[in-house]
Design a protein around this ligand. Sequence first.
Ligand SMILES: [Zn+2]
Ligand SMILES: [Zn+2]
Length: 187
Amino acid sequence: MPFDPNFLSNFLLGLSAWGAAFLAALWLSLAIWTYRDITARAKDPLIRFLAVLVVAVLFLPGIVVYLILRPQRTLEEEYQQTLEEEALLRAIEETPACPGCGRRTHDDWLVCPHCHTKLKKPCHHCGYLMDLAWNLCPHCGTEAPGMRRERLTLDEALQPLALDFPDDKNEDMGLDFDTESESVPEK
Ligand SMILES: [Zn+2]
Ligand SMILES: [Zn+2]
C-alpha cells in the first residue's frame, strides 16, 4: 500500500487549523472570563479594561498575572463583610456598659462587679430589674416607693429654694426638676 504524502500534509494542515481554532476560542473565552471576573470584583472601568487587556495581550501568562493581581474579594463579598462588620459594631454598641468604669455589663446585673457602681434596682412588688432613673415599674406598674426623695442630693434639694421664686413658682420649678431628673440616669 503506497503512502500518500498528500494525506500527511492534509492531516497536518487540518491539525494546525484545529489547533489555531482551539487557541482562538481559548483566547476569546479567557478574555470573556476575565471581563466577567473583574466586573464582579472592581467598579473602576479603567481597572476592568486593564485586566482584560493584560489577558488579551499576554494570553495564558496574562491569566497568571491577572490571578495574582486581581482583587481578593468580589464586590458582593465586600458588601457582605461590610454588613457583618456593621452588625457586629451595632451588637457592641447595644451591649450595656457600666457608667462607672465603662466595662461590659449584663442586663440582669444590679451592681457592676468591677467598680461597684449601682446599675439597676429591683421592683419592690415584682422584682423586675428597673433602670435607676425609672420611678415606675414597666412590668407591673408599681411606683418605686420613696424614690424621688432618696435620689435628691443636698445640692439638688436646695436648688429650687436658691432661685427664691414666689411659692407658686417654686412648685413649678419643683415639677420641672422632677421631670428633668427622671430623664437623666443616676451615675
Ligand atoms: Zn463598673
Ligand atoms: Zn414591678
